[in-house]
Design a binder for this molecule. Structure first.
Ligand code: SF4
Ligand code: MG
Length: 325
């Protein structure tokens, strides 16, 4: 089996105004072993909700449906206690506001020691050794010394490295990262992305990285899933999606991204995605799509797969012909 994680028709519903409203709408995805899947989309597309759903993290009253299989085992029916074992051990998550993952009142090293001991039966001394090793692994210089620092004594980039070290504490097979570099300046961002790649090469874990930044996707992705209004509208190998996108939304995203050396005004996609409380009956992108036809507003396009691993959901592709750009 080359897939570590297989998500089948995941639905995440929120209770809004007494009604159940889907924020994630029948998402199916695969995460390959030792590879990076980038989930790309604008804010509000449901990508963070989807990511948190993998760990069964949801607000009160929310409901999950479908299946999330980690090496064949469905995580959704697991009890809270069973799920707590999966979290941190097999799957770790770096949240969007990663810096708040560190408690300002405790030394960084102590927090990592505690994380290790929460998951593994090891002595304090062993956990301390492992912490020094982890801090070194994520590129924190003089880890013996730095582990005694408080979060505010570290720069943003160093704190993010410490958060990554904490996520790696128990050798997860899968690392989930929600916009892990958005809060950092461009130079530090490049260093952190490089670190993810080095860690993946050395440790062999799979990564699911959520971003709105197509540059990050181009840098990191083996596979890309483009998410819009709670659905995957295009999925495939990164190379293929970035060089020959099929869905009008992906085409728009790529055209709106500055190319190296490009000058002048960029074409942005006009309009806004629909609110989850007001989803149209047909294609959710229709109001912003220059190719929209009557059929697009009448019914939702189904996901068409073509080639070995590429697919998109658009009425124009039903004949399995990518649209001309
Ligand atoms: Fe555009 Fe229609 Fe395709 Fe939706 S289904 S993306 S509206 S062409
Ligand atoms: Mg988000």
């Amino acid at each position: 089996m080359t897939e570590l994680l297989q998500i089948d028709r995941l639905v995440t519903e929120f209770k809004i105004g007494g009604k159940m409203v889907p924020a994630v709408r029948e998402v199916s995805l695969q995460v390959r072993k030792g590879r990076t899947l980038v989930v790309l989309g604008e804010s509000g597309s449901g990508k963070s909700v989807m990511l948190r759903s993998i760990l069964n993290l949801k607000p009160t009253g929310a409901k999950l449906g479908g299946a999330i299989k980690l090496e064949g085992e469905d995580l959704l029916p697991l009890t809270d206690k069973e799920m707590a074992k999966v979290r941190g051990n097999k799957i770790s998550m770096i949240f969007q506001d990663a810096l708040s993952a560190l408690d300002p009142l405790y030394r960084v090293g102590d927090q990592i020691v505690e994380t290790i001991r929460a998951h593994r039966k090891v002595s304090k001394e062993e956990a301390r050794k492992r912490t020094v090793e982890l801090l070194g692994k994520v590129g924190i210089p003089a880890p013996e010394e730095r582990m005694r620092a408080f979060p505010h004594e570290m720069s943003g980039g160093m704190r993010q490295r410490a958060v990554i070290a904490m996520a790696l504490a128990c050798d997860p097979a899968l690392l989930l990262a929600d916009e892990p570099t958005t809060a950092l300046d461009v130079t530090i961002q490049a260093q952190i992305l490089r670190l993810f790649k080095d860690l993946q090469r050395d440790l062999g874990m799979s990564i699911v990285l959520v971003t709105h930044d197509i540059g990050v996707a181009a840098e990191m992705a083996d596979d890309i899933a483009v998410m819009y209004a709670g659905k995957i509208v295009e999925y495939g190998r990164a190379r293929q999606i970035l060089s020959a996108p099929s869905h009008p939304y992906t085409v728009g995203l790529i055209e709106a991204t500055p190319k190296r050396g490009q000058r002048g005004k960029l074409p942005a996609i006009p309009g806004q995605p629909p609110l989850i409380t007001a989803m149209p009956e047909g294609c959710a992108f229709a109001d912003r799509c220059q190719h929209a036809q009557d059929a697009c507003r009448a019914s939702q396009p189904s996901f068409t797969t073509y080639g070995e691993s590429h697919g998109a959901a658009c009425h124009l592709l039903q004949g399995a012909q990518p649209i001309a750009q």
